[in-house]
Design a protein around this ligand. Structure first.
Ligand SMILES: *Cc1c(COP(=O)(O)O)cnc(C)c1O
Length: 346
């Protein structure tokens, strides 16, 4: 979901952006208007996330999946890396990294069916690992770290589904990346925030468009970027700043997720099996006690204007993704529907 004011502004400007008599999509990415808009969007991201000056911000295509390869190509200087496996996105990151590096999985939450995060201090990272990679929020399983691992090697993190959902100390990371399509706008870009000293060490065969140093040097315009995605990202960042920044997002997201978990936990009709300390603020999977009712539940939800609630095909059940733009009223509408469904179906 995108914020309504963003969609309305985009609609307004679709045929006449910045008085140019055309859409941002029709302008050149090298135009004065776009280049300055793009730079301003980076500044806004720096403000929203309090990114230190010692970090480069790079926008790359290929989404978060592209970064599963870009991270080992750019950071894998020792030939090996450590990964934490907390579910489906971690697994994909591991599989891709194995094409480039010797990967050791230092923590794997398989025993819990991927409903947990490793206990603090329960794993060790080999000294020669170039970095430790983890997935702060597993979007499909709804499992989120409530802490940032404290290790002696650079930390690499896939923030796709939780970026800008609350304040986070960027200085704890070597690289953080996220596809734009969850909290920031349409698909098309990955945001990469990488510490200066980790830029410029890419293996020689790294394609230029995946090389952090080449992209940073060219202000992320080695080639034509998806300008419309970048434009919407800029508008979403304005909206976040207007709302009070990541502090306000964090308060709102905590309240939204608390409301839904409290309702699910108080019910015997619905369940969420993620351990409490690792529950996601962004993606809340839940099951019905009787899965024969799933299809009826989803059809009724659709009629009530509550969409995209079907769980990922790999896990079934339901999943409520309540990203930044979802207001409390949207969560309340879901709870009201769930209560009414239980009353009539149970
Ligand atoms: C959605 C998602 C991805 C995949 O993003 P793409 O941009 O489609 O490659 C990767 N990691 C996480 C945590 C995600 O939520």
């Amino acid at each position: 979901m995108l914020p309504l004011p963003v969609l309305e502004q985009a609609k307004e400007e679709l045929t006449d952006w910045q008085g140019l008599g055309m859409s941002v999509m029709e302008d050149s990415h090298r135009s004065k208007a776009f280049v300055s808009f793009a730079a301003a969007a980076e500044d806004k991201l720096r403000r929203v996330m309090s990114i230190p000056d010692s970090y480069r911000v790079v926008f790359q295509q290929g989404g978060a999946s592209g970064q599963f390869a870009a991270v080992p190509m750019n950071l894998g200087t020792t030939g090996s890396a450590a990964y934490i496996n907390t579910g489906q996105w971690s697994k994909k990151a591991v599989a891709e990294a194995r094409k480039f590096l010797d990967v050791s999985v230092v923590a794997d939450e398989a025993a819990s069916g991927y409903t947990t995060t490793p206990v603090v201090g329960s794993f060790e990272v080999p000294e020669n690992a170039s970095y430790l990679h983890y997935t702060p929020n597993e979007t499909i399983g709804g499992v989120e770290f409530e802490y940032v691992p404290d290790v002696d090697v650079p930390l690499a993190a896939d923030f796709s589904s939780t970026i800008a959902s609350r304040p986070v100390d960027v200085s704890k990371f070597g690289v953080m990346y996220a596809g734009t399509q969850k909290n920031f706008g349409p698909a098309g870009l990955a945001i990469v925030i990488v510490r200066d000293d980790l830029v410029g060490n890419a293996r020689p065969e790294t394609p230029t468009i995946w090389d952090y140093a080449a992209m940073a040097k060219a202000d992320s315009m080695v080639n034509t970027p998806p300008t419309f995605t970048w434009y919407i990202l800029g508008l979403v960042l304005d909206w976040i700043l207007d709302q009070g920044g990541v502090e306000a997002m964090g308060r709102r997201n905590k309240a939204k997720s608390d409301a839904l978990y409290d309702y699910i936990d108080a019910s015997t009709f619905y369940a969420n099996r993620v351990e409490r300390r690792s529950r996601s603020w962004m993606n809340i999977p839940f099951t019905l006690a009787n899965s024969d009712l799933d299809a009826t539940f989803l059809a009724g939800a659709g009629d009530a204007g509550l969409t995209n609630l079907k769980g990922h095909r790999s896990v079934g059940g339901m999943r409520a993704s309540i990203y930044n733009a979802m207001p409390m009223e949207g969560v309340q509408a879901l709870i009201d529907y769930m209560r009414e469904f239980e009353r009539t179906a149970a």
